[in-house]
Design a protein around this ligand. Structure first.
Ligand code: IPM
Ligand code: MG
Length: 356
């Protein structure tokens, strides 16, 4: 198989973690006899420094014509004072929107050897295997109007939370399809006791789920979901929710896995290239020291193989190699270990090569 992968390392630890994931993908390419090519582009703060904007037309065009995009992370204190429209994060939002990536899949599993790395009690973590499907191109992140203005001596800020029925339908539809291949339960998370958009969300989710008789749907208020996610995480199978709720709940869910550094994500649209990135940020405090956990990005590369290249065997091989690496005791400092990014990456490569 031929595939052209655009790599957007971004800022902070981004280049370190994507570096390892690219090595893993290159090894997959060799071991399984594929032809993967890689092309790197500046993105986020690095692109602001070079070109004045976080996402250039050229980079966007390259992403659009790729098989898939592998992304590191964006942002850092250097750009915190930038006007909001040229912040690194704005590049990420523009990329998601331009590629039509309405669904962000964030699987959360707990490796048995990492149970001790989570502050939660061991018995709560048993059987945790959940998938958050976060709506990614609507809601508070994109609603208009959005402004801060001085009016009559008062400074006023407005963000807008808006959803169309069609936007809710397509993401809940995907969540139901994914649930049908898992434990067949969807928890739709909203704030229907307060928000108009959530009432539409709940009604629409109920209608969509009715078209999937094999899948059970339940509705949960977001505050309850936040509590239940740490009080009884094994309760959940597939969680589907609006953009900002999903952002917040998945940082919380990463605590289950022992570290933010462990969690991958896949952003998908209707066909077209997907974007694969770890859920963590650019971690400027440890950037450049070679100690970032590369596993979230390597697991994102596995999702790239699965969802964009339809290479399930290869995806599973990468996931097995990551599993074996953790079982063997290799840990970066976020997991309480002392290994470097490169050492962990090397071990994943060895496990991959010996496992197939
Ligand atoms: C994430 C991040 C982004 C988001 C930021 C960097 C804009 O937190 O991917 O979860 O909020 O979507
Ligand atoms: Mg986030």
């Amino acid at each position: 198989m031929k595939a052209h992968i655009v790599v957007l390392p971004g800022d902070g630890i981004g280049p370190e973690v994507t570096g390892e994931a690219v090595r893993v993908l290159a090894a997959v390419s060799t071991v399984f006899g594929h032809e993967f090519t890689f092309q790197e582009h500046l993105f986020g703060g690095a692109s602001i420094d070079a070109h004045g904007v976080p996402l250039t037309e050229q980079t966007l065009a390259a992403c659009k014509s790729s098989s898939a995009v592998l992304l590191g992370a964006v942002g850092g204190p250097r750009w915190d004072a930038s006007p909001v429209d040229i912040r690194p994060e704005r590049g990420l939002l523009a990329l998601r929107k331009e590629l039509g990536l309405f669904a962000n899949l964030r699987p959360v599993k707990v490796h048995p050897a990492l149970v001790g790395a989570s502050p939660l009690k061991e018995h709560l973590l048993r059987d945790v295997d959940l998938l958050v499907v976060r709506e990614l191109t609507g809601g508070l992140y994109f609603g208009m109007p959005r402004f801060t203005r001085e009016e009559g001596g008062t400074v006023r800020s407005v963000d807008t939370l808006e959803y169309t029925k069609a936007e809710i339908e397509r993401v809940v539809e995907l969540a139901c399809k994914l649930a049908a291949q898992r434990k067949r339960k969807v928890t739709s998370v909203d704030k229907a006791n307060v928000l108009e958009t959530s009432r539409l969300w709940r009604k629409t989710a109920t209608e969509v789920a009715a078209r999937h008789p094999g899948v059970a749907i339940e509705h949960m208020l977001v505050d309850t979901a936040a509590m239940r996610l740490i009080a009884s995480p094994a309760w959940f199978d597939v969680v589907v929710t609006e953009n900002m709720f999903g952002d917040i709940l998945t940082d919380e869910a990463s605590v289950l896995a022992g570290s933010m550094g462990m969690l991958p994500s896949a952003s998908l649209g209707e066909g077209g290239p997907g974007v694969y990135e770890p859920i963590h940020g650019s971690a400027p405090d440890i950037a450049g020291r070679g100690v970032a956990n590369p596993l979230g990005t390597i697991l994102s590369a596995a999702l790239l193989l699965r969802y964009s290249l339809n290479a399930e065997t290869e995806a599973a091989a990468v996931e097995r190699a990551v599993h074996a690496t953790i079982t063997a005791g290799l840990r970066t400092p976020d997991l309480g270990g002392q290994q470097t990014t490169r050492q962990v990456g090397n071990r994943v490569l060895e496990e991959l090569k010996s496992g197939v």
